[in-house]
Design a protein around this ligand. Structure first.
Ligand code: ATP
Ligand code: MG
Length: 576
């Protein structure tokens, strides 16, 4: 392709609305243009990259025995009512009505549709296992679309779904997908970590995320997930799922008897611990949440933080938020108290479910709110002063330097971009939607299912996050829009132009994806654009062509060498 013909407009500046490097660079280098919030045009260069990723995904999925199909983007609400998700999916589900007033939605994911396909098409255990996948645009009305392709509202996903006759079958299908994912990301030039993750309200199910780690670049905040990993054994997990053994805290010896103590105007754990001159680990925090519209009080040791997904899962919830002040007021009214936030305690709360983190159990002679403003109970003990809640669970966020539950070594944290997710669904959808097959013994059984997603467009953006410098993108060769760019320094110099054309033609003949920068531009502009667009190799034809030499540059390392045009062509052909 000739640059003079290529539909690409590079910009002098980064776009003002972009926060992370992949967003900044993809816009500036002319890969994407925003159409509306969270919705992007994939311009020709971008589309080439996306197709490359899609093809790698296709090849590995096919090799793993999966079959490609394509399901509709618009789905009828009836299917979602069957699974029960029409009510619970929330605002990310883009709902619409057709001209007959029938409710529909734009597919955010396709469990319902695939389950209906399995229900109709698979009758017998003899047809199992089956793994079906598609590559398609998805729509999720994300609350905060941001970071360009990393979190769009419309984005491209590969989603696969497996059907098996039993749990062992599912384990195998899952294992095969885990291996395929590893290969896919490796082939895309991305190192990933497979980490345990939350499986939502399904409870007991297994799921893993594939994370591109982005911690090394300190200015970079593109990694939206915290990944905890053990420094000794292989344990690693998303913070929404990570568990740890706690370092024992200093919890005793500050109070010798239980008494109500004035704590005026203290509004945080920090202020309370300073005021009472005790470590925050001696305080029992009581936080009020709203989970699916119901009030929940969460007790946790004062030095620790509640992990909201973990807390939500205790109640098999779909939606969680911290209670507003007017809601706390309502609870106080209903319970016959009048305290404000900061002084709330579990004793005497009405219309509120209470759950205590494991850390709370061990507390002795501790500090706790008693629903009286400006007062706390100090030196409290479970049983004699306050009842220990029946519901005790791990609802705390793991912290750096907590101990690994598997081997006791220290846990560390890093940031990650989730590019893929594999998931054991079990019978969640097949049971709800009555999708069954006849098993060996003649019995009707629900399918044991799995689902497996890869964010195609997010993977492209993650590759830019991992591979760039201050001058632009450094695409891994396997997903670059073109492999090489040939740049004559002066478009006025006949010799330079003719050698550049020659190299270009030879590369085309060798079926290499090559760009020729034949634009009437200054050398500086052309060289800058080549770096910005991030083509992996550049062959620059300048004055040294009189000695039969060109400059050969590898974008990944920015190393340049002076070699003959023929050698440059041969090198490109030899690089796979
Ligand atoms: P997240 O936690 O980042 O919102 P998710 O867990 O809801 O993602 P999945 O349902 O697991 O997403 O979707 C499968 C894959 O699709 C994800 O691993 C991710 O790569 C991609 N993906 C999900 N949401 C988006 C989005 N808004 N923009 C781009 N890619 C996305
Ligand atoms: Mg996910």
């Amino acid at each position: 392709m000739r640059m003079s013909k290529l539909f690409v407009q590079t910009l002098r500046e980064f776009p003002s609305d972009a926060e992370v490097m992949s967003h900044k660079l993809l816009v500036r280098a002319g890969y994407i243009r925003k159409l509306t919030n969270g919705v992007y045009n994939y311009l020709p260069l971008m589309w080439r990259v996306l197709k490359k990723i899609e093809n790698i995904v296709r090849e590995e999925m096919d090799a793993a025995g999966a079959q490609e199909l394509l399901m509709p983007f618009v789905q009828p609400s009836e299917l979602w009512q069957e699974s029960g998700r029409w009510e619970v999916y929330g605002k990310e589900l883009m709902r619409l009505k057709d001209r007959h007033n029938r409710e529909m939605c734009l597919g955010p994911t396709h469990e319902e549709v695939i389950t209906s396909i399995g229900r109709e098409g698979i009758r017998s255990y003899k047809q199992l296992p089956v793994n079906l996948y598609q590559i398609q645009s998805k729509f999720r009305d994300e609350i905060r679309p941001r970071f360009g392709l990393l979190r769009g509202r419309e984005f491209i996903m590969k989603d696969a779904y497996s059907f098996d006759a039993d749990e062992e079958g599912l384990d195998k299908s899952y294992e095969i997908m885990a291996k395929a994912y590893k290969k896919i990301f490796e082939r895309c030039g991305l190192e990933t970590k497979m980490v345990q993750s939350d499986s939502g309200a399904i409870g007991g199910s297994v799921s893993h995320e594939f994370m591109v780690l982005v911690n090394e670049e300190s200015e970079n905040n593109a990694g939206e997930n915290d990944v905890f990993y053990c420094t000794k054994c292989g344990y690693s997990a998303n913070s929404n799922h990570a568990v740890s053994i706690l370092n024992p805290a200093e919890t005793d010896g500050h109070f010798d008897k239980a008494q109500i103590t004035d704590t005026p105007d203290v509004h945080s754990i920090e202020e309370l611990s300073q005021f009472l001159k005790v470590p925050s680990s001696v305080i029992c925090k009581c936080l009020i949440y709203v989970i699916d519209g119901k009030y929940v009080a969460a007790l946790i040791r004062g030095d620790r933080t509640v992990e909201e997904t973990k807390l939500m899962n205790v109640f098999a919830g779909n939606d969680i938020r911290i209670a507003r002040n007017d809601e706390i007021e309502e609870i106080m009214n209903n319970s016959g108290f009048s305290a404000i936030a900061g002084f709330i305690g579990p004793k005497g709360l009405k219309g509120v479910e209470i759950v205590a983190d494991e850390t709370v159990k061990e507390l002795k002679n501790f500090v706790i709110g008693i629903n009286q403003t400006d007062k706390h109970l100090t030196g409290a003990n479970w049983g004699s002063d306050v009842e220990l809640p029946e519901k005790i669970a791990d609802i705390r966020l793991v912290e750096q330097n907590d101990k690994c539950k598997d081997c006791g070594a220290e846990l560390k944290v890093t940031k990650g971009i989730e590019v893929g997710n594999i998931f054991k669904l079990g019978t969640k959808y097949s049971k709800a939607m009555n999708a069954t097959f006849t098993d060996k013994d003649g019995q009707e059984k629900p399918f044991i299912m799995g689902c497996y997603g890869i964010g195609i467009s997010r993977t492209a953006a993650a590759a830019v996050e991992r591979h760039h410098d201050e001058y632009g993108i450094k695409w891994p060769v396997s997903i670059a829009p073109y492999k090489v760019i040939v740049v004559p320094v002066s478009d006025q110099d006949e010799k330079q132009m003719s050698v550049a054309e020659e190299i270009y033609n030879k590369l085309i003949e060798a079926k290499i994806e090559v760009l020729l920068d034949d634009r009437q531009e200054r050398a500086g502009v052309k060289l800058k654009d080549a770096d910005l667009i991030g083509i992996p190799y550049r062959i620059t034809v300048g004055k040294t062509i009189l000695d039969n030499l060109v400059e050969f540059k590898e974008r990944a390392t920015n190393v340049t060498q002076t070699i003959s045009p023929d050698e440059a062509v041969q090198r490109i052909i030899n690089i796979s």
